[in-house]
Design a protein around this ligand. Sequence first.
Ligand code: GDG
Length: 436
Amino acid sequence: MPPDQPSYTLRRIWLSREEEAGYYYGFANEGLWPLCHIAHVRPVFRTTDWEYYEAINRRFANAVVAEARTDDPVVLVQDYHFALVPRMVREALPKATIITFWHIPWPNPESFGICPWREEILEGLLGSTILGFHTPFHCKNFLETVDRYLETRIEHEASTISYGGALTQVESYPISIAWPQAPAPGAPEIDEADTVAGCRRTIRESCNLPPGQLLGIGVDRLDYTKGIIERFEAVERMLELHPEMAGRFTLVQIAAPSRSSLDEYQLLETRVRNLAERINTRHAGAGGAMPILLKIEQHGAREVNRYYRAADVCLVTSLHDGMNLVAKEFIASRDDELGVLILSQFTGAARELHEALIVNPYHVEQSAGALYRALTMPALEQRERMRSMRTLVHDYNVFRWAGHMLLDAARLRRRERVMTKIRSHSRPRLRRAASA
Ligand code: GDG
């Protein structure tokens, strides 16, 4: 992979339909996903799903162990689908350095305690050498959860957990994106259609909107954690408070279908469609421009980028989100230093992007106010805010994220090697002392 420029080998692990339903849709996405997000959707736990989850985690762990070329490989485990893999790999390869990254929030101990297999999940994760979360708050929740349900020794200052004689370092590593590459010297000029002016023009044309239309953009998987309903309600409230905006403002909502075989997701799609229709009927402008253009389909990455560049405001209103990369992608796309980001306080990104308009998505009036403020913000203020956020996302990009974890792992490996050496030097001396 990637096929046109092979640089690494991807090994696929095959699942049957029943395994996919139990392991992926069931335990991972009807159990762990709602369990870890405060979005008021009740997690569903079934013993059969758990059994699939264990079996598939075992299958992946076995594949990793079979790929290992040394007895102390570095293994990276990604996300909530693989909570048991770290311990399974650790049992087969005790000297491995296992870095696990949990991409979603970690809830408080009471919420996590709902999971009937909470001890097993915690034990699984504590097979890791390093366990990463997006924010210090998620780390704190994890430490408190372990403290509540397992017999361990926790060093809060060092953020380590000692369990069964092994140590796990719990750290925050806020994820980011790859900063777009600047064109190489002498490279041909970028296509007119991809300039900000070109994107503004062609996106409005393709959406049948007038050239001067104020445009908002939302890009999400169609998921109940993303606050799409609350976003639409904020648009409606803004139009009620500022009727002069009717017909002048449109929110384009890209909603990529996701986990659509699950009931909660089908229900959400119906609610989102109905609400958009109701708001459009009530608030369509005189010229016919709708307040909400709902696009429930997968878009190409270049296309998504063109929407970011065409927009006046990007709305990220998640009810709970580990990080939220859309916020960072929007910023990276705006080399014109314009555009306003409205960002939910319940995202990891809000811990870093202080110059966004931070909102509580449950507070409709507040979000509506922020939307109006964004649409009327002077260019000078937009530029100040955008410039500062661009510096941050440029500097803390995804390579820093990965590099930071790998450097920490290298430090722990070095320490372990030194300790092994010291132990092997001191052993003969201890034996001599004992015999004397
Ligand atoms: C999890 C955590 C954490 C969306 N629609 C389309 C499309 N997208 C892309 C966006 C963005 C990505 O999907 C969504 O990323 P998020 O970070 O917002 O959210 P999750 O998928 O829930 O990811 C999250 C993340 O892991 C990383 O750790 O930030 O908190 O929940 O890149 O652009 N991309 C394309 N077409 C679409 O229609 N091409």
